[in-house]
Write a protein that binds this ligand. Structure first.
Ligand code: UD2
Length: 333
């Protein structure tokens, strides 16, 4: 790392040259995968020397985190964007965003917290359709939504195993895109219901294919990430491959890209089932396989899904959305 820092300290090394060096590092470094450390060395170098080129340095406000992936997709952190500028651009397009979420069996208890906080913090001032799948429509509390937000309650069957409820979301989403949503929304996001929002989640999340970096995995070397490694599974990622680990709790993108993603992932789930296999982290394993080979065009930092089990480090300046603590044994059975 000292050697690499020397390279980065060279005067006139532009930010983008540094990025391509980082890409090389990620692929060649024997201890590859430790994104956080590589990034730190990169950013420290930038901090000392300043960023050369036409960029106004005041626009780059974060020097402690990775701002762009090795394939040049932005990584969204607090302090890296101006929401007023983004809102002004987005408003001209008049998009509708769909949110698919499931509350099956005991998870109905999370509806109120989810919808109440999403009404306030999710794409505030923009058109959003919430699609809530539940086996208990009668238990959906009445919530006064903002005029630009709509709630659609869609009955869905339940499954005895929670893993099947979670995995079948991919199939249900893919079917609904095909039958309805492709005519109703421009972008679609899938979100877990057992979460609450605490800060604004705005149009900075909008892009063609969007994944959220898992709050559990963002500093881990790639070989200790939670990928499915058993080659028999359709979700398998070979050892030595992988970059970020994404949470299935929050992903999305344009309706056509989410259709491709959910269809492909559910195909993997179905083929595994036919072979008597269930991937390590269910549909999340299939999502990670898909996003490894179909790179997201935008990545959301762990601010966009923070697991309450974890101690929040300083780099997570804002907890926008986090899991609601739950007794797994009690709530899933
Ligand atoms: C992880 C993933 C989750 C999924 C799951 C599968 C994160 C943050 N979350 O969460 O997205 O991949 O692992 O292993 O990475 N649900 C019901 N009723 C049930 C069970 C589940 O409605 O009885 C729905 C509900 O919308 C819930 C979602 O499925 O939010 C995921 O289930 P979970 O939150 O229990 O899974 P968890 O926390 O292990």
């Amino acid at each position: 790392f000292h050697l690499q820092e020397d390279i980065f300290r060279e005067k006139n090394t532009t930010f983008f040259i540094q990025l391509s060096l980082m890409d090389k590092l990620l692929h060649n470094c024997p201890k590859e995968g430790h994104l956080h450390l590589i990034l730190k060395s990169l950013m420290l170098a930038n901090d000392r020397e300043g960023i050369s080129g036409p960029l106004d340095p005041s626009l780059i406000q974060r020097t402690d985190v990775l701002l762009v992936s090795p394939w040049l997709a932005p990584i969204v952190w607090e302090g890296t964007f101006n929401r007023d500028i983004l809102n002004a651009q987005y408003r001209q397009k008049n998009f509708v965003v769909g949110v698919a979420t499931f509350a099956v069996k005991k998870y109905v208890r999370f509806i109120e917290g989810f919808l109440g906080s999403a009404n306030k913090f999710f794409l505030s001032g923009h058109r959003v359709n919430f699609y809530l799948f539940t086996d208990h429509p009668e238990k959906v509390p009445s919530i006064n939504l903002a005029p630009e937000k709509r709630l659609f309650i869609i009955p869905v069957q339940n499954y005895s195993r929670w893993q099947d409820i979670s995995m079948n979301r991919m199939d249900i989403i893919s079917n609904h895109i095909h039958s309805h949503w492709r005519y109703e929304v421009d972008y679609l996001y899938s979100m877990d219901i057992d979460v609450q929002m605490f800060e604004h989640i705005g149009v900075e999340i909008i892009d063609t294919l969007v994944g959220t970096i898992s709050s559990w995995q963002y500093t881990k070397p790639r070989d200790s990430n939670s990928y499915e490694r058993h080659p028999e599974s359709r979700a398998a990622i070979p050892h030595g491959e992988g970059d970020f680990y994404y949470a299935a709790s929050f992903y999305g993108g344009s309706v056509s890209e989410v259709y491709k993603l959910t269809t492909a992932c559910f195909k993997g789930v179905t083929e595994d089932r036919a072979n008597g296999i269930e991937a390590k982290w269910h549909e999340e394993s299939h999502l990670n396989k898909y996003l490894l080979y179909h790179k997201p065009t935008r990545l959301l930092s762990p601010e966009y899904y923070w697991d309450e089990e974890l101690i929040r480090p300083r780099i997570i300046r804002v907890k926008r959305l986090s899991s609601v603590r739950k007794d797994l044994q009690e709530v899933r059975f």
